[in-house]
Design a protein around this ligand. Sequence first.
Ligand code: PEP
Length: 263
Amino acid sequence: MSGSTITPWVVGNWKMNPMQADAQQLIQDFKSLLQAHPIDESSCYIGVAPITLALTTTQTALSSANRMVYTVAQDLSRIAATGAYTGEVSAELLKDSQINFVLIGHSERREIFGESAQVLNEKMKNALNAGLTVIYCVGESLEQRESGQAEQVVLQQICDIATVVDSEQWQNIVIAYEPIWAIGTGKTASPEDAQAMHAQIREGLSQITTYGQSMAILYGGSVKPENAVELAACPDINGALVGGASLNAESFHKIAHAFANTK
Ligand code: PEP
């Protein structure tokens, strides 16, 4: 089965942005764009990942959109359930607030906050066991790409989680391939390079899980309206994880529109 039969996802990662008033305006503008130029729910899943503090206000504001726009957590605790863990938010607490999606393994969490494969596995296990859908980020650094290790690094990151994901839980995972050198830099992987890596990821997934052919594999790294159509045209690119461009309602809407209409 071709990856192109998979419903695409376009998810905005707002990272540690924006201030409250700007976030509300951004949501309002996005809802107005969806009203003026609808994007059919069956042609593209759309989500946004605000700061933890804004998860429920974002969800409430999005509930009046003319279609489902999912609210995604940017992170969760490696500790499950509830307890004396100052500053933490567990998978169960997210689920309790009807937040059903979470990012795990973003390169900023791996690099800036030193999250190891072991920590990511604890988060993965908690998220899946609580019934969340996980957007699991993988990607190589510039040095790794230049030394010919990109594929090996990315496939290892996929293999890392295989030890904690049960066979049926793979259907609750979306992969986001984000070459680190393309994040926030304005440099995008060429559609050919991105497609080649996505095909490798799909091949790797298919050796681990029977869901490999039906899992969405998103591309992330300086996705913008100008490159979205070309990326969307690649058979194994099933959507985008969008950082900077998701902070502009018009750009984000255009990217979602591109994926909805090219797939
Ligand atoms: C990201 O951080 O997930 C990302 C892809 O950022 P940007 O689109 O800004 O490169």
